[in-house]
Design a protein around this ligand. Structure first.
Ligand code: FE2
Length: 352
């Protein structure tokens, strides 16, 4: 005996409806009935556990009725038992094709009805359980995915914070302000954008360029902070900040740190091959290095340093123009000039 269920019965013969209803009521089920399939479709919803339908009916026959049930996402999983006469046996195949689950023969035998209805209701209960489980599982996966996304976002943020702290530590020693890092990295982003790099690449450059001078952490103070000109030996030591930075960052396994290492190593290379530490030239210098070179020099010229006063923008641009094609990649330099308004806006936004 199955649990009480809500069953919809459809038949154009009122007597058949009455008979079926009585049998099913006796089994303890709630029954609603319709005299034709069109009406029955209107009565169908998720609360119905089972449908018993006649085959031959005016307006819409049993086949079309079952097809309509299966087409609707709301009702497609409701089991359907077709009530057929013996002569309609050949129609059973068509009914299966249409989507019927089982058959019962007229005149209806009470015991057969009980067995078939019981087995269909058990099937429906299992099906409902699976659907419920599936939906719970989906919910759980969605929730876990969200938690994971959040954790990833936090991790990325703390990762980026660490980079900024590292860079700030190097700058602290250099007596430059944090504003230099902000200006330099934002200049890089503007130039990268102007060169047509995609958003991810621009973001990568913005977040990794603050590490360009990280290696200065390894330069002795009497050289790094010397107010006057460095002698040749001191200069050689000063140049090693590129390799020290790349070495510190070299062990990283994130895109940011890897890019930071490239930038640390290459930001003093020159387009004509006279830069350091490797003397790379042209496009052998990674693009990030060529972009940082322009951004770094512009900021160094327009800022006060231990060895010099800040130059005016005009004077700085005049000096830089001579470096187009020798110090700087001409394409990068041209984009820098083209975007000068944005560069100057950044300069005033992050002034010392
Ligand atoms: Fe540098």
């Amino acid at each position: 005996m199955s649990d009480p269920a809500k069953i919809l019965i459809v038949d154009d013969e009122p007597y058949n409806l009455l008979l079926l209803k009585r049998h099913l009521n006796l089994m303890g089920h709630e029954v609603i009935s319709a005299e034709n399939a069109v009406l029955a479709l209107e009565m169908l919803d998720r609360t119905i556990d089972l449908v018993l339908s006649d085959v031959m009916m005016p307006e819409m026959d049993g086949f079309e009725f079952v097809r309509a049930i299966r087409r609707n996402a709301e009702t497609q999983n409701i089991p359907v038992i077709m009530v057929t006469t013996l002569s309609e046996k050949n129609d059973r195949l068509r009914a299966v094709e249409a989507g019927a689950n089982d058959f019962i023969t007229k005149p209806v035998d009470a015991l057969e009805l009980q067995v078939r209805v019981g087995s269909m209701l058990r099937l429906k209960a299992k099906q409902d359980e699976i659907l419920r489980f599936e939906s719970e599982l989906n919910q759980m996966v969605e929730q876990r995915t969200q938690e994971l996304r959040l954790a990833l976002k936090r991790m990325k943020k703390s990762h980026q914070d660490t980079i900024v702290y590292l860079a700030a530590a190097a700058e602290y020693k250099d007596e430059e302000t944090g504003a230099h890092i902000q200006r330099m990295s934002n200049y890089c982003a503007v130039i990268a954008q102007g060169l047509g790099l995609d958003d991810d690449e621009v973001e990568l450059l913005l977040k990794s360029s603050p590490m360009h001078d990280l290696g200065k952490i390894g330069i002795p103070d009497h050289i790094l902070l010397k107010p006057g000109k460095l002698d040749p030996d001191e200069w050689e030591i000063m140049k090693t900040h590129t390799e020290i930075g790349a070495e510190i960052l070299g062990a990283g396994d994130s895109d940011y740190v890897n890019m930071g290492a490239i930038i640390a190593l290459c930001h003093h290379e020159k387009w004509d091959g006279t830069g350091y530490p490797s003397g790379l030239s042209g496009e052998d210098i990674p693009l990030a290095g060529r972009i940082c070179a322009v951004a770094d020099v512009f900021d160094a010229l327009t800022s006060k340093r231990p060895y010099k006063e800040a130059f005016s923008v005009e004077k700085s641009l005049g000096i830089m123009a001579e470096g187009r094609g020798t110090h700087f990649d001409p394409a990068v330099y041209d984009v820098f000039l083209k975007r000068l308004d944005e560069i100057l806006a950044i300069r005033s936004q992050y002034s010392d």
